[in-house]
Design a protein around this ligand. Structure first.
Ligand code: ADP
Length: 488
């Protein structure tokens, strides 16, 4: 695959780290391979940065941040809006780069570019609405007020499953309110990150405000980010295991932390659900990105009265899904990102079958070979199965049977995770009862698709800290300062 020949503007394909406004090679000259997960072909060689380059990037961000913060919010907003416009103008190329390095169907990649860009537009607008308060003073001769000020330099670490949107959802709010950032993209998908940097550069975001440091040695780069005193905040999307490491490493420098970690989403179908809506919702939530999102339904709980009908209707749709190269027409499911991810799916299915599960469709590697896996439905799922407690991150829907609403809530909450939960019912009272009882950051009734810049995204328990997007997203990048003026 010659990626350069696929895009209109090949200067969006960058291979250097982006530090202090310039694309640079690794000091050591080292590079790492970016591969297309469909063919395993090397599509680019990207700078493999070491810890000293991360330090350089932090120095650049630290030097540039005060002047950026001193601009008016409107000035920053105008530059961000230019960045947004450039992302939309180049959406087709950004989607091609994304599909080439990550494998999701091109239509999904285009959807992600729209979604990712929406955070830039939204936070350009929100930056102008950051305000403090004048408080009712307890003293006649003193005034009390609050200022909301940028935290300063923040570090971001992002995953491969949304190579564009997980970057904009962090970078846009941060820089909109006057922070500067150093970002390490996932090693599988650095090209989408560097393309965003190229467009940010063209939009006029000053040197040092956004720095992108790709590298294979994530622990070493992460360690520098966490231990540097000049970095005042860390924001991460990825596994709970790595989230714990970053939180521990950030303890010495007492950083502000936001974490978007793993999920184990329940999807509950009650007897009184609209069957078509529930099936459509389950497909949207379970099979998007081949099941590789942290809000994908992982455990499907179906009430006894509708269980067989739901299983049959879901199976019919899932069996008809077209699997293949994301660049081919009508493909709705691409490959699993890598061999390790593929093996986890195989392990979960084998374990489920060994423990009495029945495969209604799929259940094995796809004939495309590589890391393609057949979209799968399993009935007779039990609590003892690995897929009950671990996130599968693949296209496997396991159907558990339950009898009462109380039982469904207990099962749904029986996990250390608490990101997204879905439920389907036409009973209005139940919509509220269940929504309030679910120990999740996001309780979603009667739909499987809800991602937008408007809704606060985030989890409770082991799924993380903080919220991204929405009117709350800027709070993560601001400190509240009390100002008291006496002698009045
Ligand atoms: P995934 O299973 O999605 O790859 P990870 O949590 O391993 O989840 O990866 C998410 C991001 O975290 C990637 O950018 C990866 O390089 C980075 N990462 C992995 N391990 C560490 C670490 N020890 N310190 C900092 N970043 C890390």
């Amino acid at each position: 695959m010659d990626l350069h020949s696929l895009v209109k503007d090949s200067s969006l394909i960058q291979s250097g780290a982006y530090i202090n406004g310039a694309f640079v090679s690794a000091k050591s000259g080292a590079t790492f391979d970016v591969t297309n997960p469909v063919t395993n072909e090397v599509i680019a060689k990207v700078a493999d940065c070491d810890a000293s380059m991360m330090e350089d990037a932090i120095s650049a961000a630290h030097a540039a941040q005060p002047a950026w913060a001193a601009k008016t919010a409107k000035e920053r907003a105008n530059i961000l809006k230019k960045w947004y416009d450039l992302c939309m103008e180049n959406a087709d190329d950004l989607a091609i780069i994304l599909t080439a390095e990550m494998g999701k169907p091109l239509a999904e990649a285009k959807g992600e570019i729209g979604y990712g860009s929406s955070f830039i537009e939204w936070f350009a607008e929100q930056a102008k609405r950051v305000s403090g308060d004048v408080l009712e003073s307890p003293f006649a001769d003193k005034k009390f007020m609050t200022l909301r000020q940028p935290v300063g330099v923040f570090a971001a670490i992002t995953p491969w499953n949304f190579p564009n949107a997980m970057i904009t959802r962090k970078v846009a709010p941060g820089i909109a309110v006057g922070c500067a950032c150093v970002l390490k993209p996932a090693e599988q998908t650095p090209l989408s990150a560097l393309a965003l940097a190229e467009l940010a550069h063209r939009a006029g975001i000053p040197a040092g405000i956004i720095n992108i440091i790709p590298g294979m040695d994530a622990p070493a780069l992460g360690d520098v980010m966490c231990r540097d005193e000049r970095v005042r905040k860390i924001t991460f999307t990825g596994s709970t295991e790595v989230g714990r490491i970053l939180m521990r490493q950030s303890a010495d420098t007492i950083k502000k932390i936001s974490l978007e970690l793993g999920g184990n989403a329940p999807l509950i179908v009650f007897d009184d659900a609209d069957l078509d809506v529930a099936v459509e919702g389950a497909i949207a939530s379970k099979y998007r990105n081949a099941g590789q999102t942290c809000v994908c339904a992982n455990r499907v709980f179906v009430q006894a009265g509708i269980y067989d009908k739901f299983a049959a209707a879901l199976t019919e749709k899932v069996a008809a899904m077209k699997v293949g190269d994301g660049f081919d027409n009508d493909v709705v499911q691409g490959p699993i990102i890598d061999q390790q991810g593929f093996e986890k799916v195989e392990r979960h299915v084998a374990d489920a079958v060994a423990k009495g599960g029945t495969i209604l469709t799929g259940g094995k590697a796809h004939e495309m070979g590589g890391t393609f896996y057949e979209p799968t439905v399993i009935t007779g799922a039990q609590k003892e199965m690995q897929l009950y407690s671990e996130e599968t991150f693949g296209p496997v829907a396991a159907l558990f049977k339950f009898d009462t609403e109380e039982e469904a809530i207990t099962l749904a909450n029986d996990t250390i995770f608490g990101l997204a939960a879905y439920y389907f019912t036409k009973d209005v009272g139940r919509v509220f009862r269940v929504g309030e009882a679910l120990e999740y950051g996001m309780a979603i009734a009667n739909t499987g698709a809800y991602s937008s810049e408007i809704g606060p995204f985030g989890g409770v328990k082991a799924s993380g800290l903080g919220r991204e997007g929405s009117i709350y997203g800027v709070d993560e990048f601001l400190e509240i300062k009390l100002m008291v003026v006496g002698g009045i």
